[in-house]
Design a protein around this ligand. Structure first.
Ligand code: 15L
Length: 267
């Protein structure tokens, strides 16, 4: 793997990865709609609006692998999700295929399966249960990835990211925390492992309270080093300061589930 494009360079995860991925591949090209404020002079950057196919064509040209973090990363109005995550994701996969890119690692989200109850441990083979328009767009991206892999031979890895942070910040995040270095491990498996065709991994560290069976990632050699339990006391102290959220607390997606929720009164 020589030439790697990473979209979403200005976002929180992109900003972390710009530091962590330094020197990982001979050439790294970073992209976002806007230039990251802290861009270094030795970093290659190309601005692009993912909703514009012509601009996406330019950023994927000459690349062997893509890490697609770009798009809108929380719940938003339909127009925003449609442009950034539905059209944007289609443009990315289509342009990658046309440009003969070999691999795509797609940053999907726990919110593609957010409506599974917390008591249930789920693997990567369950039906999607999105908890938001955002979650629906991530499920769409996973489906697109499978389609380009099965129909066109693109090698695709979808990472259902929990929450990337220095430490888990509340009770829910004790189950879904992903240490940034562990994310890099998963990305590298997606970009480099010879057996990858189409895979879905959970983006979580070695969390005792996990709701996810991540044996698929471990099968490819994933050995997470982060352990959310090490931060239990501080996460619970932060949780105690949050307002109660009875609906959010039932489901894995938390506040993404309770926002706009009226299923109990409507059915
Ligand atoms: C996500 O998908 C978001 O991008 C991130 O901002 C967090 O909200 C995360 O999920 C989470 O569930 O904690």
């Amino acid at each position: 793997m020589q030439n790697v494009l990473v979209t979403g360079a200005a976002g929180d995860i992109g900003t972390r990865l710009r530091k962590l991925m330094k020197g990982a591949y001979p050439r790294l090209r970073w992209s976002d709609v806007r230039m990251p404020a802290d861009l270094k002079s030795d970093e290659e950057f190309m601005a692009a609006d993912l909703a514009d196919y012509g601009q996406v064509e330019k950023i994927v040209a000459g690349m062997d692998g893509i890490v697609h973090l770009g798009g809108f990363s929380v719940e938003g109005p339909w127009e925003t999700i449609l442009n950034a995550n539905i059209i944007g994701c289609y443009n990315l996969f289509e342009a990658a295929y046309r440009a003969k890119v070999k691999r795509v690692v797609f940053a999907t989200s726990n919110h593609a399966v957010g409506f599974y109850p917390r008591e249930r441990k789920i693997g990567t083979d369950v039906t999607v249960r999105p908890d938001s328009r955002y979650g629906v767009s991530k499920a769409f991206g996973e489906a697109l990835g499978a389609f380009y892999a099965d129909k066109h031979g693109l090698r695709v890895t979808c990472i259902r990211i929990g929450n990337v942070a220095d430490a888990p910040v509340d009770k829910r995040r004790l189950s879904i925390w992903l240490k940034p270095e562990d994310l890099l491990q998963l990305i590298r498996i997606g970009l480099e492992h010879p057996d990858i065709r189409f895979e879905v991994f959970y983006g979580c560290s070695d969390n005792e309270a996990s709701w996810w069976d991540n044996s698929n990632a471990r099968r490819y050699g994933y050995k997470p080093e982060g352990k959310a339990e090490d931060y239990r006391a501080q996460a619970l102290a932060a949780q105690a300061k949050l307002p109660p959220d009875p609906v959010g607390e039932r489901f894995q997606g938390g506040p993404f589930c309770s926002a706009e929720y009226d299923a109990d009164t409507n059915s």
